[in-house]
Ligand binder design. Sequence first.
Ligand code: TYM
Length: 385
Amino acid sequence: MEPDPEGEPENGDFKVTPWEVEGEVDYGRLVEKFGTQAITPELLQKVKRMAGEVHPMLKLGYFFSHRDFDWVLDKKEKGENFYLYTGRGPSGMVHMGHVAPWIFTKYLQDKFDSKLLFQLTDDEKFLYGPDRTRDEIRKYTYENVLDIIAIGFDPKKTRIIVDTKHISHLYPLATEIAKKITFSTTKAVFGFTNSTNIGMIGFPPVQAAPCFLPSIIEGKNTPVLIPAAIDQDPYWRMTRDVADRMGYYKPAQIHSKFLPGLGMTGKMSSSKPETAIFTTDEPDTVDKKVASAFTGGQPTVALQRQLGANALGCPVFWYLRYFFDTEKQSDERMLKCKSGNLLCGECKSDLAKGARPFIAEFKKRREKAKDVVAMFMYDEKPLEP
Ligand code: TYM
């Protein structure tokens, strides 16, 4: 029943789809394969000029690729505001990999004064997992809503859409989109086969619908920018294809890489909980996970001092770089690591020092979020145009 999506790994290569990421991802090749645009120094300058500061995740290349981000900024300069749209498939608890694009989305909301639609695809996750029950998904939907609110999005400008709860707002658009997409296209884009369940085959227009919802809310064609990791790109390729024919702007995207898990290979994933840091982890659990993380280090201290270690292949290094180090600290860390002047234990200790208070603070905000859930729900309080 599982889709057999495009981009099968060729000769031990890599594969990136909305549901699976396998192998060592070559992001440069992905830009070519998916036909996206690389983030250029000129684009970074433009962001700096307009936003005042470039978020470290953008400056340091965690967000590495886009489609029409420059166009969205041009529109903004000319006085046309853009919406942000992002989402989560509530199949488990939230980990730091999920939180990364949301932190960046908050930066965009703050700097560009954008309204945000946040979709929870509880339908997708129920349909995709053969053993998942509706009850399980309902529980994770609520838990994930708390994480989304804890990020600190502006309650006046942010609405959460839970697919099964708010479907009446999406369905008219989804049917318009679905009517323009053939089974053969979805097979090519998502790799669906004859054994994929028909719920999954019909689902993509539901994830596409929020790309056009802002135009309906605002009563005029409205630009939309989607910050997400690159795995979601197939949805946007499909949506961009129908946008013109429906008379809407094509949704723009800004794509991130994957936050690696703390194990030897692979992205951070709920299916490998021992290598992922969850927003609900206890401090001791965070410590334990960090202590047993894989690093780019040598087998012995003596060898490390002599040969240096491999920062670029080390998840602890990347974790520190994107979340807790300043650029200067991170550059220095890399030099010291490569020259054998830094031991893995020191980096692990720095990571634990960063992650423990981050998670502790995040948990407090999750608790507070419980009181304001209704305020964020699409139905309870519609966004004002
Ligand atoms: P989901 O729940 O798989 O992922 C939620 C968001 O986290 C990103 N992501 C990661 N980013 C960095 N490192 C990782 N290890 C990692 N794992 C996941 C995903 O790219 C995503 O941005 N179908 C979607 C839900 C959705 C959505 C959207 C996502 C609906 N509308 C619009 C983005 C934008 C899903 O299941 O995401």
